[in-house]
Ligand binder design. Structure first.
Ligand code: NA7
Length: 538
């Protein structure tokens, strides 16, 4: 590993040692022969899964597709144990990959980037880390994740709280003991919905503070059978084809049936079957769920009926089904006994839309109508998604242009990969790419391979800089908006897809919703056309 305090000149510096960093290192170092360093703020590899260790944490993508697909031998020599992998298993998987590809020696852990600036004179990025190391590199590639910058709401009084508090995305490595304690959880997104049933099991009393009610479908997690593991090994290329050609990078096909035109009885039967299978594939029951509000209403009503049938207390069920957005227009959670949790005697649900939180007191949380005494507060309040972790890097491009300035009205990015004014900077799964609307490893592999091909092309053709053109970037932002407006997704006002969860953040629909396959085809076409929309300068 590199020594701290030293200066180092490289071909490429990659920030982050998650799925992106590991594969980008492998591609640039082992395919192109570049001198590459990965730096990682965490004390281990894993990216998102290094930080997200909260109770019940689990990936919502199915394990046999939540992995790299570039190497058949890597796939067949690894076995996931459950339908949805947890953080520890994903970290073990990534460690296995890093071992197999001999990546550890070029990854420097506990190294947080504090700034990066581009120097036109020598066409190098200068990257400074918290421990005083300076790297210089022709290429700077960010693999900092879309959901890594924790959103801890500015609720007055948090400093005065006498108990313990935690954000789910910065969870301690030692278990938090909830036994017998009065625990409050703010947030009912995917994370809160995973955490609540587990916390409720040991907490003395557990209070969930819900701002926006949410849909959720059972995950039906469980151990993978030996037969399924064998099926995965024997069908690697079919599975890879499936994930690479599907709109969301998942290993299933979206039905061609339309909910709006299916006979109600048949429709209910199909929803029932999908409910039994569970997971994110519930969205694939009908083709029109995200395009047609009438169709979407049928899924929404089905799920609300399920919630009412599970939750025994009608008032609690009413709060849980008072959902203000169409199904799957916010990231749809999947759960393990989330709604059942509200049938426990030690669990309460507080509607903070009706009675907003006013402050945190030394004793607990005070809403407009009463105070809730607590020993522990869990913030399952999400992230400054997609842009937060990039802006925290303090990136400055050509002519001293700060990324924060370039994005003052919201993120503009060509293909989600490059920003005008920031030559040779690539933002893997950046805003404007399918990223969070896709099974992440699939989106990451496509980006990493495209970037690798682009750098290879530059070297073959003696090109020193690649930079998105302003007109191409503006045009892409338009395309992202057009694709978003063809769906119901912009109808969810409080969605982090729009940046709406962070006070003051410009509202821009950030991920590209036109589908992963369509997006990958556009990227390939642009590359084949001599990197249309990019300025290549020798
Ligand atoms: P999300 O999906 O952003 O959910 C955060 C939750 O926290 C959501 O219920 C929010 O309510 C709530 N929240 C956020 N800020 C506040 C404040 N200030 N007061 C009360 N409640 C608040 O984050 P997750 O971690 O659950 O999931 C992120 C992604 O990780 C997920 O989509 C998957 O892709 C994996 P709101 O809905 O904004 O009213």
């Amino acid at each position: 590993m590199a020594q701290s305090g030293s200066d180092k000149t490289l071909d490429a510096l990659v920030i982050g040692a998650g799925f992106t960093g590991l594969y980008q290192l492998h591609c640039l170092r082992d395919r192109l022969g570049l001198n590459v360093q990965v730096v990682e703020a965490g004390g281990g590899i894993g990216g998102t899964w290094y930080w997200n260790r909260y109770p019940g944490a689990r990936c919502d993508s199915e394990s046999h597709s939540y992995c790299y697909s570039f190497s058949e031998s890597l796939t067949v020599n690894w076995e996931f144990s459950e339908r949805y992998p947890g953080p520890a298993e994903i970290r073990r998987y990534l460690t296995y990959v890093a071992d197999e590809l001999d990546l550890h020696k070029d990854i420097r852990l506990n190294t947080r980037v504090v700034s990066a600036s581009y120097s036109e004179d020598d066409n190098l990025w200068q990257i400074n880390t918290e421990d005083g190391t300076t790297y210089r590199a022709q290429f700077l590639i960010t693999g900092v994740g879309c959901l890594s910058s924790a959103n801890i709401p500015q609720i007055p009084g948090l400093d005065s709280f006498k108990g313990e508090w935690y954000h789910t995305g910065q969870w301690p490595h030692d278990d938090v003991d909830f036994t017998g304690k009065r625990v409050g959880q703010i947030g009912t997104g995917s994370t809160g919905i995973q955490a609540a049933p587990v916390i409720a099991e040991t907490a003395g009393h557990f209070t969930v503070f819900q701002r926006t009610a949410n849909y959720s479908v059972p995950a039906h997690n469980g151990p993978l059978t030996a037969e399924f593991q064998q099926y995965v090994k024997e069908n690697v290329s079919e599975i890879v084809d499936l994930v690479r050609t599907s709109p969301n990078g998942h290993p299933w096909k979206i039905s061609e049936r339309k909910a709006a035109t299916t006979d109600p009885e048949k429709r209910r039967e199909l929803y029932e079957e999908a409910w039994k299978v569970g997971g994110l594939r519930f969205r694939a029951t009908f083709e029109d769920l995200l395009k047609d509000k009438t169709a979407n209403d049928t899924a929404a009503e089905f799920i609300k009926d399920k919630i009412r049938s599970i939750v025994k207390d009608p008032q609690t069920a009413a709060k849980l089904t008072n959902i203000d957005h169409p199904y799957a227009t916010k990231r749809p959670p999947i759960d393990t006994h989330y709604f059942e949790t509200y049938n426990r005697d030690n669990v309460d649900l507080v509607d903070i839309r009706a009675n907003p939180i006013v402050e945190i007191t030394p004793e607990g949380i005070r809403t407009e109508d009463q105070e809730y005494p607590l020993d522990i507060i869990v913030f399952a309040t999400g992230f400054d998604a997609m842009t937060g972790s990039l802006l925290k890097l303090n990136i400055t491009g050509r002519d001293g242009l700060a990324l924060s300035q370039a994005w003052s009205e919201g993120p503009k990015n060509y293909l989600g990969l490059q920003v005008t004014g920031f030559p040779n900077l690539f933002t893997v799964t950046g805003p404007g790419s399918p990223s969070v609307l896709c099974n992440m490893p699939v989106a990451i592999e496509q980006h990493v391979e495209w970037i690798t091909d682009c750098i290879a092309y530059m070297r073959e053709n003696n090109i020193k800089t690649v930079e998105a053109r302003a007109d191409a970037m503006d045009d892409w932002v338009e395309q992202v908006n057009t694709a978003a407006n063809a769906t119901l997704m912009p109808q969810a006002n409080h969605s982090w897809y729009l940046g709406a969860n962070i006070p003051g953040k410009p509202r821009v629909f950030m991920p590209y919703p036109g589908g992963m396959k369509t997006y990958a085809d556009i990227c390939s076409d642009i590359a084949s056309d001599g990197y249309r929309g990019f300025t290549l300068d020798s």
